[in-house]
Design a protein around this ligand. Structure first.
Ligand code: UN1
Length: 498
């Protein structure tokens, strides 16, 4: 096997080693023997250099006309489209998701590029009349400065793109810290930014762990904004660090997403949605279906049919086109899933499918865990309350819509939600009453489109919505209010017009 390539940090337009002279390996979770690449294990000094470069570049980049900034992003999308297959394969190798999903991940980044490329010619502000004569009032969007982007491994190109691309069109510069489990996909994004001739220092890339890179970035007084996606625990720490240094902070965190199946649902459709929501990306999505709440009248039939279908899903290396469920991303994640399965058993829930690590020869080299279904789960069990981030789904029973909504909302999280029903009244009640940032009617909890706001309520977020939607532009720009008085005299608002 060829020796693995060593990847460097990208700071001020140069590929440089970390001042720590330490590196870490990025290994294939489907085959631990395969090293995908060697990456820099960076430290505070590297963050310092990257922030300085981003701050310096900001002085010029903010003055590049927004339509021009957007043209770079259009070209970025064009190159990603050309290399979609190559980048998807490398993504599957570095973090395990099946190829068709990895293609979707690259496609999300392309979608964001194309959408935001148009935004360069919008970035609309407002005008409004003044209360005084000969005076004009309007608003413009101003960039914020050097932004720190901290991203997870489960959508290793899509999520960096949700942050990077809106940040750049608004005139900000960035320091991107990708997840240690999947830095290669973020590297590809940054490499293309260099190839299309983006000015030096506009995009900086520093790999490494949370303590070495994430924390110094969040604490750095020269960083104006942190956009973070990850666990609610880490998000809380990021938020505290941002508060101490008066930064804007946008957080996307955990989920415990519920999918409701009413007694009038089209069961086959609901099962399709439940399987896709629970087991796509091996359940490692913030939007994954983690609880299925089924009306008691159809409970037994739903469970029997779901289990039969889940048992037929093919687990294996995501590079095999026929595989439905890839490996978990790393050993810690595998342990966590196994712990939750044990917790579920101890709590008295019934593991009707899966629950035991796959170790047969074809699975021996990776972190494979089968689709696992628990029945007899009640809302107070930890299984029903805590985010697992693996292929484990809990089925709960409800006796009607009100009860189902109550169970669905009985969580500290609020990202995605879904209901299957043919009844328009029930659907509209659910749209109103499900306490989540996203609600699907007759579709799964996963599959957000990039041009709509993405984010959640309660411990899932802190009031922001990202993606390529107009709400992402809100994150990465400040409103500036402008008054132009052309009367030639001092006019006092609230006083001279009365
Ligand atoms: C995430 O899990 O953090 O809606 C993002 C979806 C994907 C994005 C998920 N488009 O499932």
């Amino acid at each position: 096997m060829a020796e693995a390539k060593t990847y460097k940090n990208f700071i001020d337009g140069e590929w440089v080693e970390s001042s720590s002279h330490r590196t870490f390996e990025n290994r294939n979770p489907a085959d631990r023997g395969e090293v995908i690449g060697i990456f820099q294990d960076s430290v505070e000094a590297d963050v310092e250099a990257a922030v300085e470069a981003a701050r310096k570049a900001y002085r010029r980049w903010r003055l590049v006309p927004a339509p021009k900034r957007a043209e770079y992003l259009f070209r970025l999308g064009e190159i990603l489209l050309k290399r979609k297959e190559e980048y998807a394969r490398e993504m599957t190798r570095e973090m395990g998701k099946p190829l068709k999903e990895a293609r979707g991940d690259v496609q999300e980044a392309i979608d964001v590029c194309y959408h935001i490329a148009g935004e360069g010619r919008r970035l609309h502000g407002t005008t409004t009349p003044s209360e005084l004569p000969n005076k004009a009032c309007f608003t413009t969007r101003a960039p914020i400065g050097a932004c720190g982007l901290i991203t997870p491994w489960n959508f290793p190109m899509a999520i960096p793109s949700w942050k990077l691309i809106p940040a750049l069109v608004c005139g900000n510069t960035v320091v991107l810290k990708p997840a240690t489990d999947a830095p290669l996909s973020a590297y590809h994004l940054v490499k293309v930014c260099q190839e299309i001739g983006m000015p030096r220092g506009v995009v900086n890339f520093v790999t490494g762990g949370g303590a070495g890179v994430g924390a110094p970035l969040a604490r750095h007084p020269g960083v104006s904004l942190i956009s973070f996606t990850g666990s609610s625990e880490t998000g809380r720490e990021v938020n505290v660090a941002c508060a101490e240094t008066y930064k804007r902070c946008a957080l996307e965190m955990g989920g415990k997403n519920a999918l409701i199946v009413m007694d009038d649902a089209r069961l086959e459709l609901a099962i399709d949605g439940a399987l896709w929501g629970a087991f796509a990306t091996t359940g490692q999505r913030c939007t994954a279906t983690s609880r299925i709440i089924v009306h008691k009248k159809v409970y037994k039939e739903f469970v029997d049919r779901l289990v039969e279908r889940a048992a037929a899903l093919k687990v294996g290396d995501g590079l095999d086109e026929s595989v439905d469920v890839g490996p978990l991303v790393n050993e810690a994640q595998l342990k966590r899933v196994m712990e939750y399965v044990q917790i579920g058993r101890d709590e008295g829930a019934d593991p009707v499918l899966g629950g035991v690590r796959l170790t047969k020869s074809e699975y021996g080299r990776g972190f494979f865990f089968p689709p696992t279904v628990f029945t007899g789960v009640t809302p107070t069990m930890r299984l029903a309350r805590e985010e697992i981030f693996g292929p484990v789904v809990s089925i709960l029973q409800a006796d009607g819509l009100e009860n189902a909504l109550e169970i669905a909302n009985d969580t500290v999280y609020g990202l995605s939600s879904a209901i299957y029903t043919q009844d328009v009244n029930r659907a509209f009640a659910a749209m109103r009453d499900l306490d989540a940032g996203i609600t699907y009617i007759n579709s799964s909890t996963i599959g957000a489109e990039t041009h709509l706001p993405f984010g959640g309520v309660k411990r899932t977020g802190n009031g922001h919505r990202e993606g390529a939607a107009h709400t992402a532009i809100e994150i990465f720009s400040e409103w500036k209010t402008i008054y132009v008085d052309f009367s030639g005299k001092l006019q006092k608002a609230q006083i001279d017009n009365n």
